[in-house]
Design a protein around this ligand. Structure first.
Ligand code: PEP
Length: 251
């Protein structure tokens, strides 16, 4: 029997956004509250500097999240943010293992898993990102690479409530390039089988997002693919009009 999963449309503002940008967040919150995304859940992962103010603006219908957290709880880790701090600022979720973190900060699967566990301890949902580079895809290794990332990054305590998986091919992020529908379908089906094997009691219900150059004009074809349970959106989440147009696939 096919299981129905409530879609999640999540934005990632990355290192973008100052006080003036909160007007876009307000417009997103108003659109979502007005039913723009139907029953899909919507979230924006903000820079930490905007989180507390963003949480107030987001209100009841739009979730806000962080973009990374420390694997540690509290202590002498200058410049890092504990998952508890994000939660205290109003976050409900946090991205871990984004390819920009893996590349810029050398985050390994073990580190990503520890961060996801820190998120769980704080009561946050972890959006765990995995994805292959272009050379890895060209070599025919995409499934193997992404499968190993998933297996290494997913904590044994993952459940459909505390974890969302995001498939983000590195070469599709910020480039305007997207994989074919068949390639996305194959990858998400592969993840689904792997999740069911790793989490016999939750693998079927855990959401798998697609991320990488999702735009209003390609959202529908990507979101309709089997086992695509929503989107993780970078650039297009910075503008309320574009984010809401993508979310409206679920209206
Ligand atoms: C991202 O970095 O998570 C992302 C999906 O970016 P973009 O939508 O800009 O490709």
């Amino acid at each position: 029997m096919a299981i129905s999963r409530n879609a999640l449309v999540a934005g990632n503002w990355k290192m973008n956004g100052v006080s003036a940008s909160l007007a876009e967040l307000k417009a997103i919150a108003e659109g979502v509250a007005g039913g723009a995304a139907g029953t899909a859940a919507c979230a924006i992962c903000l820079p930490a500097t905007l989180l507390a103010r963003g949480a107030e603006i987001a209100g009841q219908h739009l979730l806000v999240g962080g973009q990374d957290c420390s694997a540690e709880t509290f202590g002498a880790h200058t410049g890092d943010l504990a998952a508890e701090m994000l939660r205290d600022s109003g976050a409900s979720l946090v991205i871990v293992g984004h390819s920009e973190r893996r590349a810029d900060h050398g985050e390994t699967n073990a580190v990503v898993r520890a961060k996801a566990e820190a998120a769980y301890r704080a009561g946050l949902t972890a959006i765990i990102c995995v994805g292959e580079t272009r050379p890895q895809r060209d070599a025919g290794d995409a499934l193997e690479i992404c499968g190993a990332q998933l297996e290494g990054s997913l904590p044994p305590g993952a459940t459909p409530d505390n974890t969302v998986l995001a498939y983000e091919p590195v070469w599709a992020i910020g480039t305007g390039l997207v994989p074919t529908v068949d390639d996305v379908a194959a990858m998400h089906a592969f993840f689904r089988a792997q999740l069911k094997a790793l989490l016999p009691h939750g693998g079927d219900a855990l959401r798998i997002l697609y991320g990488g150059s999702v735009k209003p004009d390609n959202a529908e074809s990507l979101m309709r693919i089997d086992n695509v349970d929503g989107a993780l959106i970078g650039g297009a989440s910075l503008k309320a009009k574009d984010f809401l147009a993508i979310a409206s696939v679920y209206a």
